[in-house]
Design a protein around this ligand. Structure first.
Ligand code: S3P
Length: 190
C-alpha cells in the first residue's frame, strides 16, 4: 500500500487501452460529485490534433513529454476523477504525481475482451496509434506483459472489468476505494 498522506484526495484510473477508464471514470465522477478529467482528451485539445497524429508527426517521445506535462497539471489541480492514458504509468515522474494525487485503481481485462472492445470502438481505432507492429491481440498481450508489473506496483486496488457493465465496474471501483481507504486509515474523497 502506498503512503497516501498529504494527497489531494483524487482518484486515478490506470490500465491498458480498452479497460474503460474514461467511460467508467465519468460514471464514478457523477456518483461522487467530482469533476471528471480525461488526460488523453486534454492532451489532444492542447495539441489541437489526435494522439495518432502526434505519434505520426512528432513520434512517441514527443507524445510522452506532452503526456507528462498534462498529468503534472491535472494531478496538481483540484480533486477529480482522472482517466489516464494506458502508458501514463511508464514514467517515474508520472507515477510519483499520480500517487500524490490520490488513490490509484487499476482496471484489468483478458486480452481477448480488450481486443473486442477496442475493435468495436471505431473512434478508438482511428485516433489511437498502434503501439507495436503485432496487430491488436498480440499487441495487447505484449503491452500487458510489459506493463503488468508497473500497474501492480502502483495500484492501491485492482478491479476486473471482464463481463461487467461500466456501471458495475464503477460500483466495484467505489467498493475497492473504500476498502483501500480502510486499509490505509486515510480519509479520501472516494
Ligand atoms: C497509450 C494509450 C492511449 C494513449 C496513447 C498511448 C499507451 O490511451 O494515451 O495512444 O501507451 O497505452 P488509452 O489507454 O486511453 O487508449
Amino acid at each position: 500500500m502506498t503512503d497516501k498522506a498529504n494527497t489531494q484526495h483524487g482518484l486515478a484510473l490506470v490500465g491498458v487501452r480498452g479497460t474503460g477508464k474514461s467511460t467508467v471514470g465519468r460514471i464514478i465522477a457523477r456518483g461522487l460529485c467530482l469533476p471528471f478529467v480525461d488526460a488523453d482528451a486534454e492532451l489532444e485539445a492542447r495539441a489541437g490534433k489526435s494522439i495518432r497524429a502526434i505519434f505520426e508527426d512528432e513520434g512517441e517521445g514527443a507524445f510522452r513529454d506532452l503526456e507528462e506535462q498534462v498529468l503534472a497539471d491535472l494531478t496538481g489541480g483540484p480533486p477529480a476523477v482522472l482517466a489516464t492514458g494506458g502508458g501514463a504509468v511508464l514514467r517515474d515522474s508520472n507515477r510519483r504525481r499520480l500517487r500524490q494525487f490520490g488513490l490509484i485503481i487499476w482496471l484489468t481485462a483478458r486480452p481477448e475482451a480488450l481486443a473486442a472492445r477496442i475493435q468495436s470502438n471505431p473512434r478508438g481505432v482511428a485516433d489511437r496509434p498502434a503501439l507495436t507492429a503485432h496487430g491488436t491481440l498480440a499487441e495487447i498481450s505484449a503491452i500487458l506483459e510489459a506493463r503488468t508489473p508497473i500497474y501492480q506496483t502502483i495500484a492501491d486496488a485492482t478491479v476486473d472489468t471482464d463481463g461487467r457493465t461500466p456501471a458495475e465496474v464503477a460500483d466495484a471501483v467505489l467498493e475497492a476505494c473504500q476498502s483501500a481507504e480502510r486499509r490505509s486509515g486515510g480519509s479520501h474523497t472516494t
